[in-house]
Design a protein. Structure first.
Length: 277
């Protein structure tokens, strides 16, 4: 198996080193692992793509490239410029959860969704603890957790959002399929002045609220289950189409199949030369 890895914490983040080691085991004999990741922290960039400045790739070691863009840029370039022929995209391991509304902001999730958009099964992987020292405890557990999820993604297509409870809070009870729950941050904005007296702002609420939503990813993590949520790039609220049409007095749209992702052979082309400078 050939695996592409990215993240939103940067190519030097400890989570990506862990995931690359695990991916080598999962790839099996004759498999390959490629890493294309941002050259620095890109958390919270969501599915942003860079359109108004050039992007650069730099090979930092064999099969590892740093990109001065977003996780979406990394996957886009890997599949469409570098022409890496891969069977799977893994994004992570994120040091912290991507639960509930986090998926709207997460660069980790966006990296997986970009792979799925181009027809490559993908997993976004997050450990619900920001303590990097716990990664060593998580590493031996990951291969057995990820194998059946990879098989599911390859059979069903699309992207899976995987959240792992803090490894130090007790043994995992197993894996459960979940829906996106609700995770709210306090709406804090800190206004300060720089040394020249100009006002600037820091966004970021420290308090987090996760309402009890049975069957949600938030509830699963609270109960020490590994949470797996299938994600897609169709943001249509299908259950509201008829209501909206009725309110406007127009015909409701006919049910339509979700458009398929571009054919995988679109990204399976002869590799171009990539600069190693």
């Amino acid at each position: 198996m050939r695996i592409l890895i990215t993240n939103d914490d940067g190519i030097h983040g400890p989570g990506i080193e862990l995931l690359a080691r695990v991916a080598l085991e999962l790839a099996g004999e004759g498999g390959e692992v490629f890493v294309v990741a941002p050259d620095t922290e890109r958390s919270g960039v969501s599915h942003a793509i860079t359109l108004f400045r050039p992007l650069r790739l730099r090979e930092v070691r064999p099969n590892w490239w740093a990109c001065d863009g977003t996780p979406t840029d990394c996957v886009y370039l890997a599949l469409n410029q570098m022409k890496l022929q891969v069977d799977l995209v893994l994004s992570g391991v994120n040091p912290g959860p991507n639960l509930g509304h986090d998926v709207l902001y997460s660069g980790t999730v966006a990296g997986a969704l970009e792979g799925a958009h181009w027809g490559v099964p993908a997993l976004a992987i997050s450990h619900c603890s920001s303590r990097e020292t716990e990664l060593a405890l998580l590493e031996p557990l990951l291969p057995d957790i990820l194998r059946p999820l990879i098989e599911a993604a390859q059979k069903l297509g699309g992207a899976l959002n995987v959240n792992l409870p803090p490894v130090t809070e007790g043994p995992y009870l197993g894996t459960v399929v979940t829906a996106i729950g609700h995770r709210y941050y306090s709406n804090e904005v800190h206004a300060r002045n720089d040394p020249r007296g100009r006002l600037y702002y820091w966004i970021g609420g420290a308090e987090v609220t996760m309402p009890d939503v049975p069957g949600s990813d938030c509830n699963a993590i609270r109960d020490q289950w590994v949470s797996v949520t299938p994600l897609g790039d169709d943001l249509t609220r299908h259950g509201r189409l008829g209501d909206l049409a009725g309110h406007l007095g127009v015909a409701a749209p006919q049910a339509a199949a979700t458009p398929s992702s571009p054919a995988r052979d679109r990204v399976r082309r002869k590799p171009d030369v990539v600069s190693r400078n």
